[in-house]
Write a protein that binds this ligand. Structure first.
Ligand SMILES: Cc1ncc(C[n+]2csc(CCOP(=O)(O)OP(=O)(O)O)c2C)c(N)n1
Length: 376
């Protein structure tokens, strides 16, 4: 296994001290190391979407002539393809960078359904994109050779090169700096209050990560079934527009989006779409824990973002922020008489139960039950 201090030493030796990206649990310990070291030994830019991390690394190169490292889960590669091929590519601006990609869904290894396809096609996809790649070995001397080689290929060819990170190769690192908020609820408490105060007939579209997992488990606990819920497990950031279009197509149903602050920022433009098409029967709830909670609690810096103002500026009809259980109950009750798209930001602490399970129904089973429910 590789120790984060050793990894840093190798990067530093290669003058790789600029990092930008969206976190992945594959290298969550490295994420902690970056957060602790940011501004001192290195720069860590937390991006809202992987394509922006490519843009940040391009800006860094243009300003400093130095190579940046863009980190992402392989699910984010799709988000990054456009600036990789139309900006950094060797046939366009020739901007060298290293794409540090977490390999979820590696063939033969157990992983969730949403990771399987991208895990299988990732290396062929890099081939098609004409991006050279190397897999980071566990042995530290080998790792040093590979990182140096990757840097040299990027530098000599003035092009993006990928460094693939397999699950479980980094040693645990104990973070010094962590996001600590002091609210009354965690996401699971808030989900329970919302479910208990809705009528039960609402349609819920929940975002990827622990959000959907907690909703699933609460429905199990209540023996309610999962037909009302579209439980997203991938496609981070899409819950809001999926919910919006369902609302537009089904004006007699109430649709509630369960969003995360990270997911909402990843596709913040969705709020403009929602405001524009203006579904009257849509409530957009953002569980704001200030972090990418599902990948280990890395900061999203959502404390600098006023979601209420963004939504109102995009023509939502109402916006509220709640911090307490009492206010949440009240606001959920009020939503029953809503008109026009509404946003509710629920301020919560990060964290989830250690024994939180995963949906035991398949995505297809979920889709079928959900579509049947929508047909009625
Ligand atoms: C395109 C893409 N990039 C990264 C990921 C990895 N990922 C899964 S959940 C998650 C965090 C989501 O954060 P947020 O929306 O704030 O919800 P929370 O986990 O805090 O509830 C990330 C980064 C992903 N699934 N897809």
């Amino acid at each position: 296994m590789i120790n984060c201090n050793d990894l840093y030493r190798i990067f530093k030796k290669n003058d790789l001290i600029f990092f930008a990206g969206v976190p992945d649990s594959t290298f969550k310990d490295w994420m902690k190391y970056l957060a602790d070291s940011d501004g001192e030994k290195l720069t860590n830019r937390v991006a809202v979407i992987e394509r922006d991390a490519v843009g940040l690394a391009a800006g860094y190169y243009l300003a400093t002539q130095k190579i940046g490292v863009v980190y992402m889960q392989n699910s984010g590669l799709g988000n990054a393809i456009n600036p990789i091929t139309s900006l950094a590519d060797s046939e366009v601006y020739k901007i060298p960078m290293i794409l540090m990609i977490g390999w979820r869904g590696e063939p033969e290894k157990k992983d969730e359904p949403q990771h399987k396809k991208i895990g299988r096609i990732m290396l062929p996809l890099l081939d098609i994109l004409e991006i050279p790649y190397k897999v980071l070995p566990e042995n530290i001397e080998e790792a040093e050779k590979i990182i140096t080689e990757v840097k040299n290929i990027a530098e000599r060819g003035s092009r993006p090169v990928a460094l693939i990170i397999k699950k479980g190769i980094l040693e645990e690192y104990n973070a010094q700096k962590e996001v600590k908020l002091n609210y009354e609820m965690k996401r699971e408490d808030a989900i329970k209050i919302i479910i208990d105060n809705l009528s039960g007939s609402e349609v819920i579209v929940s975002t990827t990560g622990k959000n959907s997992r907690e909703l699933f488990e609460y429905r199990e606990e209540k023996n309610f079934g999962h037909q009302n819920d579209f439980l997203m497990i991938g496609s981070m950031g899409e819950a809001s527009v999926i919910g919006a279009e369902i609302a537009l197509q089904k004006p007699n149903k109430k649709i509630v989006i369960f969003d995360g602050d990270g997911a909402a920022m990843m596709t913040m433009g969705a709020m403009a779409t929602i405001g524009n098409y203006h579904p009257k029967n849509l409530s957009h709830i953002i569980f704001d824990n200030g972090t990418y909670g599902s990948t280990g609690g890395q900061p999203t810096f959502s404390e600098n973002v006023d979601f209420e103002k963004v939504a109102l500026a995009c023509d939502y009809d109402g916006a509220r922020t709640v911090k307490t259980k009492k206010d949440l109950k009240q606001v959920i009750g009020d939503l029953k008489n809503q008109k026009g798209p509404q946003i509710v930001i629920v301020k919560i602490n990060k964290g989830a139960r250690k024994d939180l399970g995963r949906p035991t129904t398949t995505p297809i089973e979920n889709k079928k039950a959900f579509m049947n429910f929508l047909r009625k």
